[in-house]
Design a protein around this ligand. Sequence first.
Ligand SMILES: Nc1ncnc2c1ncn2[C@@H]1O[C@H](COP(=O)(O)OP(=O)(O)OP(=O)(O)O)[C@@H](O)[C@H]1O
Length: 575
Amino acid sequence: MTLVPTIFSDVRAITGDAARGARTQFYVLTTLSTALQAAAILLAVPLLEALFGDTPSQAWTWVGAMVVTLAAGWVSDIVATRAGVRVGFGLIEASECAGVAAIRHLDTADLHGDRASRLRGLVTKSGPDSVSAVPLLFSPLIHAALLIPMLAIGLLFVSWQLAAVALVGGVALLVAFYAGRAAVAKAEDAFAESGRALDDRMLEFGWAQPTLRAAGVGTGTVDHVVADSRSRGFRLLAWQVPGDLLFTVVGQLVLLAFGVTTGALYLNDDLSGITAAAMIVVLLRVVETTGSLSLLATPIAGVERLLDELRGLVDEDEKRPADIAPGVVDPSGVRPPAVRLTELDYRYPDGTQALNGVDLDIAPGEITVLVGASGSGKSTLLDVLAGLREPTMGDVVVDGAPLSAQERLSRGSVVFQTTSLRPGTLRENVVTTAEPDLLEVADLARLDTVLEALPNGWDSRVGDGANALSGGERQRVGLARALAKPAGLLLVDEATSSLDVITERAVADSLRRIRGTRTVVAVTHRPALVALADSVIVLDGGRVVDSGAVDDLLARGGVFADLWQRWRESEGWQV
Ligand SMILES: Nc1ncnc2c1ncn2[C@@H]1O[C@H](COP(=O)(O)OP(=O)(O)OP(=O)(O)O)[C@@H](O)[C@H]1O
């Protein structure tokens, strides 16, 4: 029963303010063209009365009026169609933007699933369908819905009884149309749902064939959904037939009532013979209109579904946080901070001076890599940043405010050289403070292979020696744990030796993808990771001896260029 409001409000919601002008023009002109059509039909009454009455020469006046009215109707139809095409293009634009955004945000698990194929279909199919739907389907629907009430208004000047029959009949036809459509749409949804269930069972059966066969249950589950799908198909047919039938029967009853009323009025001398004949012209037009309305039912249902899906896509896109640009808040609501170190010293209790007057400016959202020979103070500096050590002298200033070790601990997340797991599930080891998007975290940290290897995925016990993970796998859990924490400062202390290729790639991918959303400080010896740096800080004997972009440092020669040369050579040995 809500067919008309739904498709019109869907178009408004999808195309938004940008297409408001085109939408208004389309609706106003289509309504005007319908009014002109109704007027042209009703002009048949004075035309026939003049032609067969006492003043046949006056018929020319009415013929002229009819021609002008029809021509004006055609002109408004043409302009309305152009506006309708513009609205259709508005639908395409919206569906492309929202569809592409939705595809980009698909979870890895969905890539081959039902959602991916529906999105693909929506983005490719909605284009031509949307452009043609507005002028080719909406126009006749508006014509069909408004013509009969408009004829009824015009008929008030001929006979109020005929006007009443036309009005009541028009409403009855629309109600029959919507009621039939609603029943068919419900059955169609049930049929589509059973189709999806069948797809799922078949996929499931394909994946787990040996196990299901061995258990003797596989074919049973598939048989069950096939039977369900078939019975819903029959139900769809069972609703389609009475839906169409209802409309046809109501249509014929309205025509009968119109004919009988015209006949009765003529016999009572309330209507002249000529006017009664003119009513046949009106009757023929009503028949044509109701016929076209019944033909529209199926295509309108298709457009209704398409618009419904498009609207879902657009709503989803509007709710999604905007793509992250450097320096803005990341989806967890955390802003990457600017960090400044001033005259920082750190002395170990045994008297070793690990950091000596370190002055540093770390820009928000940038990747800063600390490099230096063994013992140069990189890990100590990272520990100070993380809040694991309090400097002997100097401050760690975050976004303009000097922070205590405790405050730094809560503002940053750390990937340590080795990741220790506590007894408990993988989920408990990764989720510490907030409720993160685990799919995204797993994707960023390349936890997919770890999850696959574990018997119960996120709920597998991993700590305490259970399901022993390799060093690289533990590092990826550590990376996931750091990424799951809504902290703007990410500190990565990578022990070169424990990084396998997958883990190195996971770290590199993560850094690349989160660039701009977190301020990253990493200690690494891997050229692939160093190359990602916006800025490299070279430490030697606890002091900053050089800093800058990789290319600048290489061009300058010195400590960094020597280190770089050594890393490349050692990588060559590893190969
Ligand atoms: N717990 C400790 N107690 C005393 N001295 C320490 C301690 N940890 C590190 N040091 C010393 O502090 C200095 C800086 O060490 P740090 O571990 O920060 O260097 P690094 O550059 O990270 O070295 P590596 O690359 O080998 O990890 C070194 O001289 C080291 O011997």
